[in-house]
Ligand binder design. Structure first.
Ligand code: AMP
Ligand code: FE
Ligand code: FE
Ligand code: ZN
Length: 284
């Protein structure tokens, strides 16, 4: 049966493969459709779209936006956004500004901790991509300050234990959902496990609030979701009549255990992609 991957990253953000290489890997992995969902940017979409067309792979433009949240991580995926829409351009400009303010703070904290690192090195590491903590982690590994990317996050970069952590200005979920819809897309809650809700009731409330703000779908299959999470999210999708999506969250070599097309041991059914496409078509 045909399957798809609706969540992955390229060198436009913190992935290690170019958009063309991700598309080629999708074809080689036997996928029939792909959505590229780089963090805070649509910089890889045009290249991926052209490569997908040339190789006969169905392709959906996407983006993954980090939203504000008191604890845990809230990422909203935007599927089918129009890359040329002025609202999208303005949104990505704001997101980039948030990163450009934060990244030097992390670097300064690292320097205070005795780590030899400069923004120029981080920029060189990112090679024009939207700069994320994984680029900083890669430098820490290369210079021998830590043994692995995971160790770099645990010791320096994570929001809970990282000694050099600095947060960035984020969009509220309300802003992100509204901007994605204005730009022609459908907003989907990514990897709900990462919200780190205290219990199921709290998770339900967060999802309900997002639904009230215009959420269209929820990521059921993801590399971090085990069988019990899949069951939990399936139930929420039914309760709030949300589209179901899924993806690996492939990043290439910065997350070596994750393979494109494999969402925590699950294959994402083609039907998820078809339903998403149908919902996008019926909006216009
Ligand atoms: P940023 O967008 O710059 O805040 O960086 C967030 C990205 O870092 C996430 O999307 C992941 O790709 C990566 N990341 C976050 N936490 C970890 C971790 N503990 N280990 C490895 N990568 C992580
Ligand atoms: Fe990432
Ligand atoms: Fe994410
Ligand atoms: Zn992601």
């Amino acid at each position: 049966m045909s399957h798809v991957d609706l969540h992955c990253h390229s060198t436009a953000s913190d992935g290690s493969l170019s958009p063309t290489e991700v598309v080629q890997l999708a074809v080689d992995s036997g996928l029939s459709a792909l959505a590229l969902t780089d963090h805070d940017t649509i910089g890889g979409i045009a290249e991926a779209q052209a490569a997908a067309k040339a190789k006969g792979l169905d392709f959906l433009p996407g983006i993954e936006i980090s939203c504000s949240r008191p604890a845990g991580t809230m990422h909203i995926l935007g599927y089918g956004v129009d890359p040329t829409h002025p609202v999208l351009t303005e949104m990505t400009r704001q997101l980039l500004e948030g990163r450009n303010t934060r990244n030097p703070k992390i670097v300064a904290k690292l320097q205070e901790l005795g780590v030899s690192i400069t923004m120029a090195e981080v920029e060189a590491e990112a090679k024009g991509a939207v700069i994320g903590r994984p680029h900083i982690a890669a430098i820490l590994v290369r210079k021998g300050y830590v043994k692995s990317v995971k160790h770099a996050f645990d010791e320096y970069l994570s929001d809970d234990t990282g000694k050099a952590y600095a947060d960035k200005e984020r969009l509220t979920s309300h802003q992100a959902l509204s901007m994605i819809r204005q730009a022609g897309g459908l907003p989907v809650l990514a990897h709900p496990i990462q919200l780190r809700c205290e219990n199921d009731a709290q998770l339900d409330t967060v999802v309900k609030n997002l639904v009230d703000q215009g959420l269209a779908g929820i990521e059921v299959y993801h590399s971090d979701h085990d069988a019990s999470w899949i069951e939990k999210i399936e139930a929420l999708a039914s309760k709030y009549r949300l589209l179901r999506t899924g993806g690996s969250d492939f990043h290439g070599k910065s997350k070596k255990d994750i393979r494109l097309g494999n969402a925590g041991g699950k294959q994402v059914p083609r039907a998820f992609y078809d339903a998403l496409l149908k919902a996008l078509e019926s909006r216009t």
